[in-house]
Design a protein around this ligand. Sequence first.
Ligand code: CS2
Length: 474
Amino acid sequence: MTRLSNQSLPSSAAARPQYERGGVRPGVVHFGPGAFHRAHQAAAFDTLLAQDLRWGLTGVSLNSRGVAEALAPQDGLYTLALLDAQTEYRVIGAIGKVLTRDDPGPILAALTHADTRIVSSTVTEKGYCLDASGALDFAHPAIRSDLEAARSADWVPGSFTGWLVRGLQARRLAGLPGVTVMCCDNLTDNGRKLESATMALAETIDPETARWIADQVTFPNAMVDAITPATDDALRARVAAAIGLEDAWPIQRERFTQWVVEDRFAGERPALDVAGVTFASDVRPFEAAKLRLLNGPHSALAYIGLGRGLETVAEAMADRELARFVEQLMREDIAPSITAPPGLDLSAYITDVLARFANPAIRHLLSQIAWDGSQKLPYRLLDTTREALAAGRPVERLALPIAAWLRFLQRATREGHAITDPLAAPLLERAGDWRRILAMREIFGELGEDARFVRAVEAGMATLNAGRLEPLPA
Ligand code: CS2
C-alpha cells in the first residue's frame, strides 16, 4: 500500500488540508508532538492555516525518535480519526518537520527564527521538572545537567525548560523580539508555573536573559481538552482501509474538543478563534473545572476500574456501581470545590463529561490513564481533597481513588510488573507499607500527615478490599 505523503495525498479518501502546503511558514515551535498535541492543537492550527499560512508547526521530540521517524517519510502528514458513531478521517498538514535531540543546531535555529512567535509544549506533567510546590526542582537530574552544560556559551540543553532558556537567550543576543510560551499540559496554572520555572533557571544561568524574558515573553495559562486514546494497530488498519494509504502513526480522538487560552500574547495572536479556540482574561476557573471534574474522575475510573478487572473507560462506565460512584464523587465531592467559570453550568458540564466517558465508540485504556499517578493525582484529586478538609467537608469518597492507586501499586509489586511513573522505584519499594507512600511529601505535601485524610484512605482500602465502593454499614 502507498504511504501517505505530499505526493500521494491527492489520492487519499480523507479530508485534506485546505491550503497549499508549499506556502506554509513555520511560526510555532512545539515541544512534545505526541498524540495529544497532534490530535488537539495541531488540528486547530491546521484549520487556521487555511486562512493564514504563517502558523505552521515545527515539532521537537526530546525523548524519542518515534514520531520524527514515522512522520519524515510522510512529509509531516498524518491522519486524525474523529471517533463517534460515525468515524471521520482528516489528514493534518500543520506539522512540517519533527526534530529530535540529535538535531540541536536545527532546534536552536527554529527557536531563533524571526518567524517564530510561539513556543508551545505538551511534555506531560513530569516534563517540567517541578517540585511538589510547583517550583523548578533544581535537584532534578535534567536541570542539574543543564546547569552544568550552561557553563559553556554554546551549551546544548537536555530539558524543555533548558531549551526555553537557551532559545530565549539566543533571541535576546540576536536582537529578536520575545515570544509567547504556551504550555498545553494538564497542570493547574500551567503558564504561570512554566514562567516561574523558566525565570528561576534563567536567573541562575544568565540574569540578563531573565530580565529580558520578564520584559519580552509571556506565558499564558491554557486549558486543553480532548480525549485521545493511544494509537494501536487496530487504528492503523482502520485508517488504511478508510483513506486508502498507509499511515505509520495516525491519531484518534473524540469529536469534542475545547481549548481556552489566556489572552496574554507577547506579539501577534494567531486567529485560532476560527478553530473554536476561546481567548479569556482568566483561564483558571476553566482549568479547575476540567482538571478536577474530568481528569480527577478519569484517574478514579482508572485505578478503581483496573482493580475491578476492567480495561477501558467505557467498560468502567458500564459498571453501574462504579459509574454511580464516580457521578456522586463529581456532583457531591468535587463540584463544591469549583467556582464555575462565567457561563458554565457545572451540572450540565458533569453530565457531558459522563457522556464522553461512556462513549462506546472510544476504546480508551484505563492503563494509559494510570500512567504517572504521582504526577497527576496532586492536580486532579489532592487539591480538591485539601480544600474539602479545610471547608470541613467529608473526604471519604475523594480518598477512595487514592486507596485504589495504592492497591494498584501493591498489585504491581506483588505481581512484579513495571509501572510507568518517574517515581516508580520509591513507590514500588514502599507499596507494602502504604503509609510510607502517603508520607512522600513530593506527592502529598502536608496532606499525607492529616489524620482525617489518612483515616479516609485506610477506610477506602478496607472498602475496596471488601470488593465494594460504598463502606460497609458500621
Ligand atoms: C487522561 C487525559 O491520560 C489521562 O490521564 O485523563 O489524557 C485526558 O484524556 C485528557 O486530559 C482529556 O482532555
